[in-house]
Design a protein around this ligand. Sequence first.
Ligand SMILES: Cc1cc2nc3c(=O)[nH]c(=O)nc-3n(C[C@H](O)[C@H](O)[C@H](O)COP(=O)(O)OP(=O)(O)OC[C@H]3O[C@@H](n4cnc5c(N)ncnc54)[C@H](O)[C@@H]3O)c2cc1C
Length: 400
Amino acid sequence: MGATVTYDSTVAAGVGWDTVDVARDWPGLPPLKGDVTADACVVGLGGSGLAAVDALLDRGLTVVGLDAGRVAAGAAGRNGGILSGGGAMSLASEANGVPRADRIALHHDSDIELRRLEAQLGPAVVERAPLYRIAGFVRGPRDDAERALEAEHLAAMRADAAVMREAGIPVEDYEGEMGRGLVLPNRARINPAVRALKLATHCLERGAVLHENSHVTGIESGAVHTGQGTVRARVVLVAVDGKLDAILPQLAGAVHSVRLQMLATAPLSHRILDGPLGCRDGFEWMQQDAEGRLLIGGGRDQYESAENTLDDHPTAPVQRWIDQQAERAAGEPVRVTHRWAASVGYTPDRRALCVPVHDGVMAVGGYSGSGNLVGPLAARTAVGRLLDGADVPGYFRARV
Ligand SMILES: Cc1cc2nc3c(=O)[nH]c(=O)nc-3n(C[C@H](O)[C@H](O)[C@H](O)COP(=O)(O)OP(=O)(O)OC[C@H]3O[C@@H](n4cnc5c(N)ncnc54)[C@H](O)[C@@H]3O)c2cc1C
């Protein structure tokens, strides 16, 4: 277990997003008890698993879904709430060896996923907003080292922007209070807990059977086992991003679990952001919600060896780092109200996984910190593969 945060014990444990009614009032779902049979079983009820449940229902199948905790107990309910296209791969850099055409195709296809989510949940849940990408630290450099970092990031961003313009992806240069970089107009943000619980409600209304507190202990062709029961199904989809290497140890070389941490503050004295923002090459991200609270995370790179872990509790060193970034972004002292963390899956080339693991069993995950849209896209792709033998696009062919 990681060190728990002890330096400010007045802070509520728990997730800043869960303060809204839809999460507080969630009635909960019973655990799986005994043996049941369905056409399909989905393991993991985050944004990706729920997209799979929905796609399987569209095909007229009976579906049972299982989650070890509450719906979206993992990263899907605890993340930064940024809906950006294209996942974790840079568009311009050839460093990861993934063909540029694949990286651009992922951008366009995840944009389709954004529009689908928007149509399903409406503008109150999927809120359109500009997305800011800031070079180096937020609010500009303070010394030579920060100036050098800003220059390095700006060069990489300009190369990315050139590819975006060629590919018809709207992007503009940004220079303002928060620093220098790019702005992608008309991207979107969510409260991730609300998104997942609304999707789960929608799946339940359509006839899916969903179980919480049902930790899956074994997966084989045609059967998924928990401590208290078994689901027998000809089609099985494992949609677990963080801890995929724990539930399917055969994927341990292809994906590894990483902890990402966040905090929420009390409302700031003024509005600093009209849309989500990422800086330091994505190692920090934040958004300010309607009440003026700042929800901010990052700092993994500062403590990298400790953050490559299956543990998903917040730790004092990373939280202290985020405190500093929160004050820098806010431009004023902040009062922290919640601190939390969750696991995500990283792949060596940042390309997500969509792979068969047994006959009739597929796994998706490894979104490398950027799975809010790419995850549902991977889940739908896996459903197409399982039911129709459809091709898996190059952008999901991570090395396994
Ligand atoms: C702090 C943080 C900030 C992030 N910010 C962003 C962002 O702004 N934008 C973005 O696009 N991405 C972001 N990400 C990444 C994104 O959250 C994930 O890639 C995405 O949510 C993955 O969703 P998922 O449904 O595939 O998997 P998960 O969220 O990992 O869900 C898997 C579910 O499976 C369940 N589960 C796990 N093991 C078992 C088991 N053995 N049995 C049964 N159930 C099990 C878990 O309880 C969980 O509910 C962030 C992640 C974190 C942690």
